[in-house]
Design a protein around this ligand. Structure first.
Ligand code: F6P
Length: 326
């Protein structure tokens, strides 16, 4: 088996708060164990263009509290082609990079899986995404911070909702997953969460809102997960407005505010533990696995399993939203 001397590290896909804490942990654990570290800029794109910087421990000083990623990130189209990956491999050989740590979401880990199998490269992944949509891990780096950002934003919107007796549809991110919407709804005491995993008909939703208004609630908050399946907050609001013109409806799309900001303590700790575990995994001879966390234990999840579509969501949580808002 190839002896690993130099480890390349990259962040790819959407940035997530806590990525910097992970970069710091990977870099420092690698150096502690005698490896050299090379930072690959702008995700897989940097492997193709050769934008690579040797990292020492000072390169990752004072970044644990910063959102975004100091390595920058991109969604590389070229890396999805065999030609692009061949160039990336040649860069790795030229730079003497023997193994990779990839921090990103399902697209990034799918790329890692293909690249690893084509060129027999040891790769370890870290789940870095606000969407929490990777299988085999209870949570992902960035999810807790995004959830807290949603909570802060919705708390503020509730002031206007109650002052004006309005019905607000608030759209949150998550791509095709409803974790941010459902747990955001519980954290803010919202009346409902509309998520792609579980169908909610407009009349069901209207009934829910109606009964709230009947019980002297004058305002309502509905969190809607972005997705073609839910139709998004805008689509849903239009349909409800048509049926219930008496409601004063407003829509807020939280957008990229959810991806930014200083990571919470939970995300910093998770990223730090996972970053250290990524290097331990390589030392252990682990290949092509993502580090996950289950019941506070770090685990190795094969890429295939981690990127499987449709991470199960606890359906009971919708009931929790409903019961607690009656
Ligand atoms: O995967 C993270 C995420 O923020 C999703 O929730 C969202 O659908 C997507 O990225 C947005 O991507 P972009 O920043 O490229 O528009």
């Amino acid at each position: 088996m190839l002896e690993i001397k130099c480890i390349g590290i990259l962040t790819s896909g959407g940035d997530a708060p806590g990525m910097n804490a992970a970069i710091r942990a990977v870099t420092r654990t690698a150096i502690y164990n005698g490896f050299t570290v090379k930072a690959i800029m702008r995700g897989y794109k940097g492997l193709i263009t050769g934008e690579i910087v040797p990292y020492v421990t000072q390169n990752v000083s004072n970044i644990i509290q910063q959102g975004g990623t100091i390595l920058k990130t991109a969604r590389s189209k070229e890396f999805t082609t065999a030609e692009g990956r061949q160039v990336a491999y040649e860069t790795m050989q030229r730079e003497g990079i023997d193994a990779l740590v990839v921090i990103g979401g399902d697209g990034s880990l799918t790329g890692a899986k293909i690249f690893a199998s084509e060129f027999n490269i040891p790769i370890v992944g870290l789940p870095g995404t606000i969407d929490n949509d990777l299988n085999g891990t209870d949570t992902t780096i960035g999810y807790d911070t995004a959830l807290n950002t949603i909570m802060d934003a919705v708390d503020k919107i509730k002031d206007t909702a109650s002052s004006h007796d309005r019905l607000f549809f608030i759209e949150v991110m998550g791509r095709n997953a409803g974790f941010l919407a459902i747990n955001g709804a519980i954290a803010t005491g919202a009346e409902a969460a509309i998520i792609p995993e579980i169908a909610t008909e407009v009349d069901q939703l209207s009934e829910l809102i109606e009964s709230g208004f009947r019980k002297s609630k004058n305002s309502s908050i509905v969190l809607v997960a972005e997705s073609e399946i839910t139709g998004g907050a805008m689509g849903l609001a239009e349909r409800v407005k048509k049926e219930y013109p008496q409601y004063d409806v407003r829509v807020t799309i939280l957008g990229h505010i959810q991806r930014g900001g200083s990571p919470t303590a939970s995300d910093r700790i998770l990223a730090s533990r996972m970053g250290e575990a990524a290097i331990d995994a390589l030392l252990d001879g682990q290949r092509n696995v993502m580090i996950g966390v289950q019941n506070d234990e770090l685990v190795y999840i094969p890429f295939n399993k981690a990127i499987k579509k449709g991470k199960p969501i606890n359906r009971d949580l919708l009931n929790t939203v409903k019961i607690l808002s009656t």
